[in-house]
Design a protein around this ligand. Structure first.
Ligand SMILES: Nc1nc2c(c(=O)[nH]1)N[C@H]1C(S)=C(S)[C@@H](COP(=O)(O)OP(=O)(O)OC[C@H]3O[C@@H](n4cnc5c(=O)[nH]c(N)nc54)[C@H](O)[C@@H]3O)O[C@H]1N2
Ligand SMILES: Nc1nc2c(c(=O)[nH]1)N[C@H]1C(S)=C(S)[C@@H](COP(=O)(O)OP(=O)(O)OC[C@H]3O[C@@H](n4cnc5c(=O)[nH]c(N)nc54)[C@H](O)[C@@H]3O)O[C@H]1N2
Ligand SMILES: [Mo]
Length: 766
């Protein structure tokens, strides 16, 4: 599909089918097969020597943090191999020996490249020199670093207000890079800082802030081991956070129980063969989920309400189910919640949830008799219109049980990108924090803007309307990550200049503003040497622990620069050396950046020393049972409504999910091994009864269409795969399906796109 700009670039690439092969979905995750797959991938991309060298240093105290997910390494680390199959794939993808340079771009126009799939684009390998796409050209050509900084500054000077500039951040950047980047945007005068978490855990951030006072999870990894019940809702750890399975396994070995709430029976939650111990390699593996609740898409609130209702009845009969001392001492809203739950009918909740009565009873029993409870979740809860309320309802359960701020309890929004939490902590956010602005004035010497900026959906809208003209991205693949690919492409193409600080080629480099810059940077695994000294950066994991990361591999090219260096040079060029922030000095010496982070960012303290080894935990109010920042100084129970979708007979709820062979928009391979899908991504998972009822047949080729605001949005060419998924629900991979997610449909309060519950119809492809 061509976009409206004069460059004829495709927003989807080829939709030709490959040779799809189907097998039964796997019950077991990882084990030796996982290790074999990982090494195969690593050796192919990086070569044997480089792979082994790098793997020995990944997630170790003196090495680098895995660039894949944000799951923490154990506080008391025992495994010499603290990585997983998908971590190895992420490393191999970054440390690949494939490369592209000026002659590649001379041969290949952006128009031609855009006809390829995202998988093919990523396969070209690392970008090795700065490139520019001039206004009337379809070929990138080389540009010097200094010329690119000047070009950026010239464009910034042309803006009539700093608010015409937008600065996006993906979650793989270090704290040091993100801090400089956020402070540069503010020094320029704008809070337009959308970031990937707007599309991800923003709903968690809002829900947790409103109920518990801070937008981060409270459980630590150590809490997992002796928890009595762990609920995993809307998350696929076997693929997306494989090392989490080791923690769940440990909990089970200590007698804990795991409950999975998911429309799909994901491998890993069913059975896990831990490749890091002998039992897992040679034995039968551990069954992880004791209870699987196959919820219908977006009916988690129905389950949570049903659980609360049944627990409340038991509590009345036999005191001790709820923690009344805790409720009295620390919470607000108990009576209102109990009154509201009376309005719901058990049978109705049960039928909405799609889960059997027996399984609900089993779950109620576990929750009634245990109090060390942790609730984990990811995109299956956040990416809905009611994403914030989904999470608040589960927080209600924890508060009723007094399962907050005590050992082996708490909230666990499992973060995606390896440093997405750190980026937010050190100042990447679109809203205004008065305290932060005061400290910026005090320690960095400038007045930070006081007007709220654009988040992701607002930024797209502003660009589309021509209100934003300059768009810079610190990593990521904005076009493919955002919803409504066609609309987002049109938005980006409205810009005068788009700037991408990136490691590898992706579609956002091809669908660009009038002029585009491609600035190549180091990956996490690469050595960052300045004046003969090897430097490290810091990362914050999903549980709020800050730790050092030092790359060990030779950089992909001598012509690429570190992220802090690129940002500092842009800032110094534009704001000049007279600015109150010593940009260049900070990029020369990261200790200077860390000192400023300690001064400006609350909770960061003596990071230089404390980030060594296992690192240090940032303070968390809920861990201390301090709710003084909330109304009445108490944690807030909340009243949340049931969602309603009113589906017609031929309408389905679509969830857009990840395969086992991708990291977000980076497609490593074409298999989804655990779900039994090989060599094809354009598949649509559908219940066999629905296939029959709609008059389709398995492997038939169909289009998926959504109808919102009187507009049809269609993703074409998907093969139907019969799959165990609730009736009325379908699933297909992201980002191929983003085209049907409307830009203006997102969660209340958090603006997270509704990527897990898009109302669609299915039709035979023409
Ligand atoms: N290998 C690998 N690791 C990754 C990533 C990756 O792409 N690849 N991405 C990283 C990022 S940025 C993130 S945010 C995380 C994402 O991690 P996940 O959130 O696990 O990723 P998704 O594939 O989006 O899966 C969502 C899960 O929610 C379920 N689900 C969908 N709708 C509902 C619902 O309404 N209710 C419930 N209960 N469940 C539902 C789906 O069946 C699926 O199992 O992973 C991170 N780690
Ligand atoms: N429909 C649908 N849409 C979704 C989702 C969904 O589940 N469904 N999930 C959403 C979620 S949870 C997220 S987090 C977003 C992800 O959105 P993004 O974070 O924007 O996307 P990624 O695919 O992670 O970005 C990959 C690109 O980052 C660059 N890169 C990789 N490593 C580095 C590095 O170290 N430094 C720099 N500077 N660049 C690097 C590479 O060029 C690579 O092509 O997508 C969201 N979009
Ligand atoms: Mo994410």
């Amino acid at each position: 599909m061509a976009s409206s700009f004069r460059r004829k670039v495709s927003i989807s690439g080829s939709k030709d089918f490959l040779d799809l092969r189907l097998e039964s979905p796997m019950k077991k995750a990882a084990g030796m097969l996982g290790v074999k797959e990982a090494l195969k991938h690593g050796f192919k991309e990086m070569g044997v020597i480089k792979s082994m060298g790098a793997l020995l240093q990944m997630n170790q105290d003196k090495g680098f943090e895995c660039p894949s997910c944000a799951w923490p390494i154990p506080d008391k680390q025992s495994n010499f191999a603290e990585y997983c199959e998908n971590g190895v794939k992420a490393l191999a993808d970054e440390a690949t020996s494939s490369q592209i340079n000026a002659s590649f771009f001379k041969e290949n126009s952006v128009e031609k490249l855009s006809e390829l799939t995202d998988y093919q684009l990523n396969k070209f390998g690392r970008i090795t020199e700065p490139m520019v796409l001039r206004a009337n050209s379809v070929h990138y050509e080389p540009i010097t670093w200094q010329e690119s900084y000047t070009l950026i500054s010239e464009e910034l000077k042309k803006l009539s207000s700093p608010d015409q500039a937008v600065f996006y951040t993906s979650g793989r950047s270090s704290n040091e890079a993100a801090f400089l980047y956020g402070m540069f945007a503010r020094a320029l005068g704008t809070n337009n800082m959308p970031d990937c978490s707007n599309m991800c855990h923003e709903s968690s951030g809002v829900a947790l802030s409103e109920t518990l006072g801070m937008g981060k999870g409270s459980a630590t990894l150590e809490d997992f081991y002796e928890a009595e019940v762990i609920i995993v809702a809307g998350q696929n750890p076997g693929t997306n956070h494989p090392r989490m399975l080791s923690a769940l396994e440990k909990c089970k070995e200590n007698g804990g129980k795991v409950i999975s709430i998911n429309p799909l029976e994901e491998a890993g939650l069913v059975n896990f063969k831990n490749p890091q111990n002998l039992k897992g390699v040679f034995g039968p593996g551990q069954d992880i989920a004791d209870i699987h609740l196959p919820v219908k898409i977006n009916q988690d609130i129905a389950i949570a309400k049903l659980l609360i209702k049944k627990l409340a009845i038991l509590d009345k009969l036999n005191k001790g189910v709820f923690d009344h001392d805790f409720i009295k001492k620390y919470t607000d809203g108990y009576e209102a919640l109990m009154a509201d739950i009376e309005n719901y009918d058990e049978e109705e909740l049960l039928s909405k949830s799609g889960v059997s009565k027996e399984k609900i009873e089993e779950t109620v029993k576990l929750l009634a008799t245990n109090s060390k409870i942790i609730i984990c979740w990811a995109m299956g809860l956040t990416q809905h219109k009611n994403g914030v309320e989904n999470i608040k309802e589960f927080v209600n359960i924890l508060l009723l049980k007094g399962a907050i701020g005590k050992p082996n309890t708490g909230t666990c929004p499992v973060r995606g990108h390896s440093n997405v939490q750190g980026d937010r902590s050190v100042g990447i956010m679109h809203f205004v924090n008065k305290d932060l602005n005061t400290r910026i004035k005090q320690h960095l010497g400038f007045n930070a803007p006081t007007k709220e900026g654009y988040d992701t959906v607002e930024a797209i809208h502003a660009m589309h309307e021509g209100k934003a003209k300059f768009f810079m991205c610190l990593g990521g693949n904005f076009l493919m990550a955002a919803s409504d690919t066609q609309y987002t492409a049109e938005a980006i193409e409205q810009c005068n200049l788009t700037v991408q600080i990136s490691t590898k080629l992706n579609r956002t480099h091809l669908v660009t503003g009038k002029t585009a810059l491609l600035l190549p940077t180091f990956g996490r695994s690469e050595k960052d040497i300045k004046n003969g000294k090897q430097r490290y950066v810091t990362i914050e994991n999903s549980m709020g622990r800050v730790r050092q990361s030092m790359g060990i591999l030779k950089p992909a090219s001598g012509a690429i620069k570190s992220e802090p260096e690129i940002i500092a040079e842009i800032a110094a060029t534009h704001l000049t050396d007279n600015h109150s922030v010593p940009w260049r000095a900070m990029a020369n010496d990261y200790e200077l950046i860390r000192t400023k982070i300690d001064q400006v960012i609350k909770g960061y303290n003596n990071t230089k020393d404390r980030s060594k080894g296992k690192g240090y935990y940032l303070p968390h109010n809920a861990r201390e049972l301090d709710f003084s920042m909330l109304p009445n100084g108490r944690a807030q129970m909340s009243i949340n409504k049931l969602p309603s979708h009113n589906l017609e007979k031929d309408e389905f709820l679509l969830m857009t999910i990840r395969s086992h062979d991708q990291f977000n928009t980076t497609i490593y391979g074409l298999d989804d091994r655990y779900r039994g899908v090989y060599n094809e991504r354009r598949v649509l998972f559908m219940n066999p009864e629905d296939i029959k009822q709609q008059g389709f047949s398995p492997l038939q080729i169909v289009d998926i269409t959504s109808f919102y605001d009187n507009k049809k949005r269609t993703a074409t060419n998907f093969k139907i795969v019969a799959y165990k998924i609730p009736r009325g629900n379908i699933a297909a991979y992201y980002p191929e399906t983003n085209i049907v997610v409307p830009y203006n449909q997102y969660a209340d309060k958090s603006n997270t796109p509704i990527s897990k519950s898009v109302k669609v119809k299915i039709s035979t492809s023409k």
